[in-house]
Ligand binder design. Structure first.
Ligand SMILES: *Cc1c(COP(=O)(O)O)cnc(C)c1O
Length: 364
C-alpha cells in the first residue's frame, strides 16, 4: 500500500471523467455497433491531405520535434495576419490552459469562470493553489454582468468559453465587447474558442482584431475539433507577445510532436474541408433540434457540434445500453441531462428514434 501523501491540493482533485471505452461498452452490452457521441470529435474525420502528409514524416521519428513549432506558427501568422510572436502552440489547447495557470496564478489568486463549463479550468486553477469563482450560467449562457461583478483585486484571470462547452451557447457580440472593454487590464481574459469554426450566428464576435487593443486578451483555438485531429494533440493561443514569452518559459521543451506539427500546417491549407464540415454539421444541428422540439424536450440553442439536452425521464443509461454514448450532465429540475455530439444523419436518426421510444415507453 502507498502511504506517501500527494500534495494537499492533489488530494482534493478529481480525475477527468473519461467513461467506458466503446470497446468496453460493446462487450458489456453485447452490441454490434457503438456510436461515440460523447466527446465532440469530428464525425467526418480529418482532411485526406493530412493523412498523406503524416506519412512523409514517419522517417523522422528519431528526431526531436521543432521546439518552437515554427512552421505552424508561420502558417497561422499568415492565416490570421498576426505577428509570429503573438502565437503560442500547445499540446492541445488544454495544455495552454494549464500553462496559463502555471505561469500566472499565485496561490490564493482568483479565476472566474461559469459554473457549468470546460472542467479543465477549475482543475488547473486548483493545482496551482488558485481559487475558482463559479458564476452561474443563465439559460446555458455566460452571465457576463455577473462575472464582471465578481472581479476583485485578487482576480487574475477570467475564462469565457465561447461557444460554451457543454451548453453550446454563445455570448452576444455586444455583451462580449462591453465586457472586454470593462475588465481591468490586470485580469487576463481567456476566450476559449475551441468550437469557433462551427459557429453560424451573425451575433458572434470576431475576437482576433481586438488583440491589438487589449493586451490582456487571450484567444484559444484547436485542431482537435473541426480539423479532426484530436488524436494528435495540437492547439494554439493568440495573445500579446510578452504573454507568449512567459508561456515559453514554463512549457515542456518539445511539447508538440512532429506529426501534429506537420498535420496542422496541412490542415490549415484545406479550408474546404473545414467549411464542408461546418455546413454538414449545421444541417444536422437543425435536423436534430427540430426533432427535439417536436419531442418537447428542453435544450440549449447550439452553435457547436453538440447539443445539451434536458429530460424529465432518465435516458442516458438506456441510450448507452443501446449503443449511443453521450456525456452525462446534471441540471436542477430534470432527472437527466446530457450532451450529445452530432453525428452523421444515420447516427442522429438512430439516436432520435431510440430517444423517442424511451420517452413514449415512459408515457404509457
Ligand atoms: C475540446 C476542448 C478543448 C481542448 O482541446 P484540445 O486542443 O484537444 O486540448 C478546450 N476547450 C474546450 C471548451 C473544449 O471543448
Amino acid at each position: 500500500m502507498v502511504t506517501i501523501k500527494p500534495k494537499n491540493v492533489v488530494d482534493t482533485i478529481h480525475s477527468y471523467p473519461l467513461g467506458d471505452s466503446p470497446e468496453e461498452i460493446k462487450r458489456k452490452y453485447n452490441l454490434q455497433k457503438v456510436r461515440k457521441m460523447s466527446d465532440n470529435e469530428n464525425v467526418y474525420g480529418c482532411s485526406i491531405h493530412v493523412q498523406k502528409a503524416i506519412f512523409r514524416k514517419v522517417n523522422n521519428l528519431h528526431l526531436y520535434p521543432n521546439g518552437r513549432a515554427e512552421a505552424v506558427i508561420n502558417k497561422l501568422s499568415s492565416f490570421y495576419k498576426l505577428k509570429a510572436d503573438n502565437i503560442f502552440i500547445g499540446n492541445g489547447s488544454e495544455e495552454i490552459i494549464r500553462l496559463l495557470t502555471r505561469a500566472y496564478l499565485n496561490a490564493g489568486e482568483e479565476a472566474l469562470m461559469a459554473d457549468m463549463t470546460f472542467p479543465r479550468y477549475e482543475t488547473n486553477v486548483s493545482i496551482e493553489g488558485g481559487k475558482s469563482i463559479a458564476v452561474p450560467l443563465i439559460e446555458g449562457v455566460h452571465d457576463l454582468t455577473g462575472m464582471y461583478g465578481k472581479i476583485t483585486k485578487k482576480t487574475k484571470m477570467v475564462f469565457i468559453c465561447n461557444p460554451n462547452n457543454p451548453t453550446g451557447t454563445i455570448v452576444s457580440m455586444k455583451d462580449l465587447v462591453e465586457f472586454i472593454e470593462k475588465v481591468p487590464p490586470y485580469v487576463l481574459i481567456i476566450l476559449d474558442e475551441a468550437y469557433y469554426e462551427y459557429v453560424s450566428s451573425a451575433d458572434y464576435l470576431q475576437t482576433t482584431p481586438l488583440l491589438e487593443k487589449y493586451s490582456n486578451l487571450i484567444i484559444l483555438r484547436t485542431f482537435s475539433k473541426i480539423y479532426g485531429l484530436a488524436g494528435l494533440r495540437i492547439g494554439y493561443g493568440m495573445m500579446a507577445a510578452p504573454i507568449v514569452k512567459e508561456l515559453q518559459k514554463v512549457k515542456e521543451v518539445f511539447n508538440v510532436n512532429t506529426l501534429a506539427q506537420e498535420a496542422a500546417v496541412v490542415a490549415l491549407d484545406d479550408q474546404e474541408f473545414v467549411t464542408e464540415c461546418a455546413l454538414k454539421n449545421e444541417i444536422e444541428r437543425k435536423y436534430v433540434c427540430s426533432y427535439l422540439h417536436e419531442l418537447r424536450l428542453k435544450f440549449f440553442p447550439s452553435e457547436t457540434n453538440f447539443i445539451f439536452i434536458c429530460s424529465h425521464v432518465p435516458v442516458v443509461q438506456k441510450l448507452t445500453e443501446k449503443g449511443i454514448l453521450v456525456r452525462q450532465m446534471k441540471m436542477t429540475g430534470f432527472s437527466d441531462a446530457f450532451r450529445i455530439t452530432l453525428g452523421m444523419r444515420e447516427d442522429n436518426e438512430q439516436f432520435l428514434t431510440i430517444l423517442k421510444d424511451l420517452l413514449s415507453e415512459r408515457a404509457v
